[in-house]
Design a protein around this ligand. Structure first.
Ligand SMILES: Cc1cc2nc3c(=O)[nH]c(=O)nc-3n(C[C@H](O)[C@H](O)[C@H](O)COP(=O)(O)OP(=O)(O)OC[C@H]3O[C@@H](n4cnc5c(N)ncnc54)[C@H](O)[C@@H]3O)c2cc1C
Length: 381
């Protein structure tokens, strides 16, 4: 058996990004994917254009719509629109297109791919990882990247990631036509989903419709009831949409994302934003950062992979710690949250800036704290 540098379990957004950056630096890399041809992937496909910074090639070919307006509503009324045209844009992509585009970039950089490779066993023997598929195939690697998404069992198995996983319950589907969804406008509806929100994202000649609930993963969503309310408001018949439910791992505290020769990326690392379910940006960010640290380690320029967990804490986790607090308060008291958190002048703009990657929850929290301190000092003087 030939020994490769890095085996990547999972060929989604995070795995293909990691694979591209390793293969592009000449590392012998192989993606192990159990199920490569999914016609439609369950995802809203909303993604900040800021992700472009992690790729030396353009992502434009897979962008279906550029969002310049974000419309928020409470129980389908009380609307507020944030104009993003002067800010960094927010893109809508078809997930299957994003993943296969990134996969092709990795393959063009000489990464290998083994399909129908359902990883069932991972073992480490004298610093070499031995990975076995359900059908008995085996591969050996110096390092392993766990990129197998929200249902990953390997994070717990290797005692990495948060001690307790937290999940959002979600549904996402596509609908042909545009209804009355305006060009370049993404919709977020906060009143009709308990402890969460529904969205409508236009993408070419279709609209992605979805919903997520964030506070209690055992709480199933009343999908049909919500579709019956939301779709007519968007100019569609509720029967027109077909979609899928999914449990999505969300960020649940700072944690160690690496061990010796092993890293977690994307949903397997529980990076998804617990307030807005943004998981693509951290998936691509973690893929990029994981490859950077792995390249260094394989070249003998660093002794371990600890830098990866540190970078992800600074660049993502610190913001998510605030995102989690905001989510817990907002979704517990959503009506008040909507009134004071979204309808306030500038607030809807700030949320749009979070989505477009221009601001973090941490930036916003610091601004609010500063404002409160300033008001306090002023009232004392
Ligand atoms: C309904 C919904 C809507 C969403 N909308 C958005 C959105 O609009 N914007 C946004 O930023 N994020 C969104 N997200 C989150 C985003 O989809 C995820 O964060 C992202 O898919 C994570 O990518 P990943 O590569 O880590 O995992 P995945 O995309 O899940 O990829 C994991 C891969 O691993 C493979 N795999 C699994 N097990 C094995 C195994 N044992 N052996 C080999 N291969 C395996 C799978 O087949 C899959 O290809 C949404 C999520 C959901 C559920």
């Amino acid at each position: 058996m030939t020994l490769i540098d890095v085996a990547i379990v999972g060929g989604g957004a995070s795995g293909t990004t990691t694979a591209f950056h390793l293969a592009n630096r000449g590392k012998k890399t192989c993606i192990l994917e159990k199920n490569i041809s999914t016609p439609i992937k369950t995802c809203g496909g909303g993604m900040s254009a800021a992700v472009q910074q992690w790729f030396p090639f353009t992502l434009q070919p897979i962008v279906d719509e550029v969002i310049t307006n974000v419309e928020f509503s409470w129980c389908l009324t009380d609307k507020v629109v944030a104009d993003l045209s002067e800010d960094s844009p927010f893109w809508i992509v078809k997930r299957e297109n994003l993943d296969s585009y990134l996969l092709n970039q990795a393959l063009n950089s000489s990464c290998n791919l083994l399909t129908a490779f359902n990883v069932v066993k991972i073992k480490k023997k004298s610093n070499i990882w031995e990975i076995t598929s359900l059908d008995g195939r085996q591969i050996e690697a110096k390092a392993i990247v766990i990129a197998d998404g929200s249902q990953s069992k390997w994070s717990d198995f290797f005692n990495l990631g948060p001690k307790k996983q937290n999940y959002a319950s979600t549904f996402s589907g596509r609908i042909r036509g545009r209804g009355n969804v305006l060009n370049g406008t993404a919709r977020f509806e906060f009143g009709i989903v308990k402890n969460g929100f529904a969205w409508a994202f236009p993408l070419g000649n279709e609209v992605n419709i979805g919903m997520g609930t964030f506070l209690d993963s055992k709480n199933s969503i009343s999908i049909n009831k919500i579709l019956n309310e939301f779709l007519p408001d968007l100019g569609f018949e509720p029967s027109e949409v077909t979609g899928q439910n999914a449990k999505l791992r969300i960020w649940n505290g700072h944690s160690n994302l690496n061990g010796e020769g092993i890293l977690l990326v994307g949903d397997a690392a529980s990076l998804c934003d617990p307030f807005l379910a943004e998981g693509l940006r951290p998936s691509l960010m973690s893929g990029f950062e994981a490859a950077k640290v792995l390249n260094c380690w394989l070249d003998g320029n660093t002794k371990n992979l600890d830098e990866y967990s540190k970078i992800m804490k600074t660049n993502w986790g610190n913001s998510m710690a605030w995102g989690k607090r905001i989510s817990q308060v907002f979704y517990r008291f959503p009506k008040t949250g909507y009134k004071y958190g979204i309808k306030r002048p500038t607030a809807s703009k700030r949320i749009s800036q979070i989505l477009s990657g221009q601001m973090s929850y941490e930036d916003i929290a610091k601004r609010v704290i500063k404002r409160l301190l300033f008001q306090n000092l002023k009232s004392q003087s």
